[in-house]
Design a protein around this ligand. Structure first.
Ligand code: FAD
Length: 378
């Protein structure tokens, strides 16, 4: 029988971030994934400045392009380009990025193992047992970092308020002469947008909706690409859900914590999930390390750690409901000079959405940003 201090199921950004921090605290971590790495992950690979800052190590070797400009449109009309002087987003390819993070985590001391099936999770007062195709694995705590379809979430019955968005992506080859700003075409689909994310030798294109009942298929993506960049069929088209509703997630009691998409922590306004995956993994790790050192309740500590993330998600939830209900008005506000300056300034400073809303006016008036404190998380 295998044992560890902590089992982390899922070796994506949330799982690796948790495992890295736990290992740094001297704990024995077993990281499980059903896939051999490198593996394909459906994702546009836009890593915001705040996400890059949250990581514990440099990811310079896997950054394919850094973008400063943003182009936006509403229903494919009235396109505007926001010119920036500082980076607002770094472009990566998920298979390379995730493999890089896994190698860093294993180098830090975590063990990695492939399990094809998880059949059961049994919690007791002192430990948690995971019954897999490779036998029983026991640990003091379990972190469910296994993404939108989380098996850990389903087996443990945690988190009723989970819901899913959906996105389809593909790639188009690009030549250096093409216009390569990062683009969002809002309301190209109901409750979402089309995107154009330039990488080194290709463009990642896709369609996202926060509404699970909106059907987006291969043909929708082909039509979007032809209309947006006048190119033929994108290749490697795949779709995948995004975990949402995380502002309602309560870790409850026990020895199982959910992080990242498993906990529904994707921002519904923009579909950004990597930042919250990384920091929720780190917060779960801190809560468990604290519990193992002091005997405190890990779920309670984790719940407190999630508060700033959940405030941000709740704000994004309210903003997305208004923005996608009245897209023309929302878009006019978005492209107004004060909002544009606040957004570009906030993104380049690595500020979460709620902080941009609260303090973005400071960019417009040339005022300094408040120092780090309880009220904000940048
Ligand atoms: C099309 C698309 C585009 C996106 N673009 C962006 C973007 O540009 N920027 C951004 O910030 N976010 C984006 N997102 C969201 C982002 O991909 C997710 O929020 C992020 O991957 C969540 O990380 P995670 O570690 O929680 O889960 P994942 O990255 O999904 O990792 C979960 C891991 O768990 C493993 N796993 C799953 N089930 C099991 C099991 N039963 N047993 C063992 N292992 C298992 C998987 O193999 C995987 O390695 C996009 C999502 C989609 C679908």
């Amino acid at each position: 029988m295998l044992t560890a201090d902590i089992i982390v199921v899922g070796a994506g950004p949330a799982g690796c971030s948790a495992a890295w921090d736990l290992t740094a605290n001297g704990l024995r971590v077993l990281l499980l994934d059903r896939a051999e790495f490198p593996r394909k992950k459906t994702c546009a690979g836009g890593l915001t400045v705040k996400a890059v800052r949250a990581l514990r190590y440099s990811i310079a070797p896997v950054i394919q392009r850094t973008v400063c400009d943003l182009s936006v449109s509403c229903r494919m009309r009235n396109q505007k380009r926001f010119k920036g002087i500082h980076p607002i987003c770094h472009m990566i390819e998920r298979s390379a990025f995730d493999y890089f993070c896994l190698k860093k985590t294993v180098a830090a001391g975590a063990r990695f193992s492939v399990v094809k099936r998880i059949d059961q999770i049994v919690e007791s007062d002192r430990r948690v047992s995971v019954i897999t195709d490779r036998g029983v694995i026991r640990a003091r705590f379990l972190i469910g970092a296994d993404g939108a379809h989380s098996r850990v979430r389903r087996l443990t019955g945690r988190f009723d308020g989970y819901r899913a968005g959906f996105a389809v992506e593909g790639i188009v080859d690009c030549s250096p002469s093409m216009d390569l700003s990062m683009g969002f075409d809002f309301s190209r689909v109901s409750g979402g947008y089309g995107w154009i994310f330039p990488k080194k030798n290709h463009i990642n294109v896709g369609l996202y909706s926060l509404k699970a009942d909106v059907k987006i298929d291969r043909q929708d993506l082909v039509d979007y690409v032809v209309q947006r960049i006048g190119r033929p069929v994108p290749t490697r088209i795949t779709g995948f859900p995004l975990g949402m509703g995380g502002w309602r997630y309560r870790p409850g009691r026990g020895r199982v914590l959910l992080v990242g998409d498993a906990a529904g922590l994707v921002d519904p306004l923009l579909g950004e999930g990597l930042y919250h995956a990384i920091i929720s993994g780190q917060k779960a790790a801190a809560a468990i390390a604290d519990a193992m050192g002091t005997g405190k309740d890990a779920c309670k500590t984790y719940a407190n750690g999630l508060v700033p993330i959940q405030r941000d998600l709740l704000f994004a939830h309210a903003a997305s409901a208004a923005f996608y209900k009245l897209p023309k008005i929302g878009y006019l506000l978005l492209v107004s000079p004060p909002a544009r300056i606040a957004l570009m300034g906030g993104f380049s400073k690595g500020m979460p959405l709620l902080d941009i809303f609260r303090h973005g006016y400071r960019f417009w008036f040339g005022m300094p940003l408040p120092a780090n404190g309880k009220q904000n998380c940048f």
